[in-house]
Design a protein around this ligand. Sequence first.
Ligand SMILES: Cc1cc2nc3c(=O)[nH]c(=O)nc-3n(C[C@H](O)[C@H](O)[C@H](O)COP(=O)(O)OP(=O)(O)OC[C@H]3O[C@@H](n4cnc5c(N)ncnc54)[C@H](O)[C@@H]3O)c2cc1C
Ligand code: FES
Length: 273
Amino acid sequence: MLYSNDNPFIPKLGRIINIVNETRDIKTFTIELINQEMEFYPGQFVMITVFGYGEAPFAIASKPGKTRIIEISVRSVGDVSNALHKLGIGSVVGVRGPLGRGFPLNELEDRDIVVIAGGTGLLGVSSLLWYAYFNKDMFNNIYLFYGARTPRDIIKKNDINEWRKKFHVYLSVDRTDGLPWDGYVGFVTDFIDLVEVPRESLYIICGPPMMMKVAYKKLVNKGVDLAHIYVSLERHMKCGIGKCGRCLLSNGLYVCKDGPIFRCDILPEREIE
Ligand SMILES: Cc1cc2nc3c(=O)[nH]c(=O)nc-3n(C[C@H](O)[C@H](O)[C@H](O)COP(=O)(O)OP(=O)(O)OC[C@H]3O[C@@H](n4cnc5c(N)ncnc54)[C@H](O)[C@@H]3O)c2cc1C
Ligand code: FES
């Protein structure tokens, strides 16, 4: 754990050592923990503090394991993310975590996995994809269906090119806006009907609320067992450790402590957003 004096509310410090502009409004930050290591599992997240502005949760998007260096990618949407976007290399931020339970790897091992990700939803599954990339013999086929609004909204292009070497990757954009594009034009959820995947595959959905709902409904209509569908949920958070109740679901589980990944047979359908 990466807690100061065992107090889970006091962040440790990390220094930004690299920044990549992914799209018009998304930047990837590489953060080196100062005199610290953390061990994180696929699907876990951190609370990042921008001092003077506040704290917000972000998925750890890099290769999991024991490390001093983590990567997060952030869309500028509000107070903390806008402030983060204004920081430069060398700036110091607070880091609490790793938080959440992440993916149930024991359930995913030896299975065919279909990841359906939309927009920044790719970030919630990036650490799992890196885990599968480096431990490919632990899984059967991995399919990645990833969709963005336009070609210029595709994030993590280098990572995707690397994943292509081991996974079946299908990319879509909603519209091309006249930009060069040789992939599919349409919604990422269309791949559910267009691409044949092994029966009994496990499905992981991560993306904007409407995309998650459509993907979930399509899978259910196809007869996929609810126990074979996982969703990664986003909720407003404060404490990140199951104390404040901000992210409490109607089934009594907390997104921060028990999630953010949930199997759909234990999740009321109305929570899939
Ligand atoms: C587990 C988890 C992982 C996340 N990972 C990432 C990530 O990797 N990259 C990334 O860019 N974002 C991620 N987010 C979303 C990010 O935490 C929110 O966008 C956060 O509000 C940004 O803080 P802010 O202060 O910049 O925005 P705020 O000022 O808090 O809010 C800006 C706008 O976003 C809305 N909003 C805030 N939080 C949420 C939420 N959880 N769901 C829906 N709408 C919200 C607000 O209502 C407001 O309209 C994640 C969220 C969770 C819960
Ligand atoms: S954020 Fe406080 S309980 Fe989840």
